[in-house]
Design a protein around this ligand. Structure first.
Ligand code: V47
Length: 361
């Protein structure tokens, strides 16, 4: 039988799981409005009318990185004139400034893979932040950073995670997944965690009771089939562990990267379609995030009608996407986020880094 949007709709309404072929058929359809409507109906069933947001600060401890990923404009060598390393004191004073807003409850910590910092430094920074700001929720270190800690410490994934959790880590961000296909990783990011390693970190974190996010970096050299395979890999992991909190689409931003001259940024059409297809394929993940920093706020608002139920946060201090020339603002106030969610006809739900709702409006 030919796969059409009708057959896919029937499957969705009768609670059947979409297959790889369904995912590919969705990509080859240009009926974006209908795909969006299907995703919106699934969103309503899975996560209702709340749209999650949080008041947060991003702390990128250093941009010095041994990764040298072709898609990244943030990481650099220590000899670069844009290289920086935040001291512990400057981390604490940044947080203290942001914490003048009593609603600021979440820290997001993602950094370069520093060639010289010892593993103990990261443990110490988490302990120090927690000691000074005990009420802040800490989401930190992608699966790629955890694998870096494993390599520099000689400890197992489990021991590293246990120690970070004991120090105060409560959740992990979704970066580093890129496309979970080693033929792509060999070209784009050969110096960091493989697909198997990234998945093993997530699996171990979930077993230890910590939730993680997962992302997909798309719009570079990958095929649509590799995107769908990536979503199916995450869906299988979630069947196994249930520990994936939120899925995030990262449309590749080429500016200032090694791929700047060969790849142009994805279209809003592709971004909305990919958001909707992610919602439809990932039937077991509660939250689909429209990260306004990548999409800009107007497109993130539109994405709320295409399957998304999370818009991230106020995001002070973000450096990774801004290094790649995103055109969105540096940060947004919570009132702008609340108004945007309301204008989309949904209920703003302020949450912590585990998507636990603090209050609704
Ligand atoms: O792994 C880097 C992506 C990730 C580019 O979990 C790029 O809520 C597009 O983990 N174009 C790191 N994407 C950031 C990260 C993150 C950020 C915000 C929210 C969350 C969350 C996690 O950023 C990397 C990579 O996939 N990235 N460079 C670029 N030029």
């Amino acid at each position: 039988m030919d796969i059409t949007l009708d057959t896919i709709e029937d499957k969705i309404h009768s609670g059947q799981r979409l297959s790889k072929e369904d995912g590919l058929a969705l990509y080859s359809s240009n009926d974006l409005a209908r795909i969006g409507q299907l995703a919106d109906s699934v969103r309503k069933k899975i996560s209702g009318d709340y749209v999650y947001y949080n008041v947060n600060l991003h702390v990128n401890l250093t941009n010095i990185c041994i990764g040298q990923c072709k898609f990244c404009a943030f990481g650099c060598k220590s000899s670069s004139d844009k290289a920086y390393e935040l001291t512990k004191q400057s981390v604490l004073s940044r947080i203290a400034k942001a914490a003048e807003d009593p609603d600021m409850k979440n820290l997001h910590i993602v950094s370069g893979l520093h060639p010289d910092w010892p593993y103990e430094y990261y443990l110490d920074i988490i302990k120090t932040i927690k000691a000074n700001f005990p009420l802040l929720h800490l989401k930190g270190f992608t699966g790629v950073e955890i694998m870096h800690f494993v390599k520099i410490s000689g400890k197992s994934i489990e021991t590293v995670l246990r120690e970070l959790i004991a120090a105060g880590l409560e959740a992990m961000p979704g970066g580093g997944a890129e496309i979970l296909d080693d033929s792509i990783r060999q070209i784009l990011c050969p110096n960091k965690a493989t697909s198997t390693e990234w998945l093993e970190v997530a699996r171990t974190a979930h077993r230890l009771g910590i939730t993680t996010n997962a992302s997909m970096l798309y719009g570079h050299i990958e095929t649509k089939e590799q995107r769908i395979n990536h979503l199916l890999t995450l869906r299988a992991l979630q069947d196994e562990t249930g520990g994936l909190q939120t899925f995030i689409c990262f449309p590749f931003q080429p500016k200032n990267t090694a791929l700047e001259d060969s790849i142009t940024r994805t279209s809003v059409w592709d971004d909305l379609k990919t958001m909707a297809i992610s919602r439809l394929m990932l039937d077991n993940i509660h939250n689909i995030k429209a990260y306004w920093v990548m999409l800009t706020l107007p497109v993130a608002m539109l994405a709320l009608g295409f399957g998304a139920n999370d818009i991230d946060g106020t995001v002070g201090g973000e450096k990774i996407m801004h290094a790649a020339g995103v055109s969105s603002q540096k940060a947004l106030s919570k009132n702008i986020l609340i108004d945007a969610i309301r204008e989309a006809g949904r209920i703003p739900a302020e949450c912590d880094c585990n998507s636990k709702i603090i209050r609704t409006f």
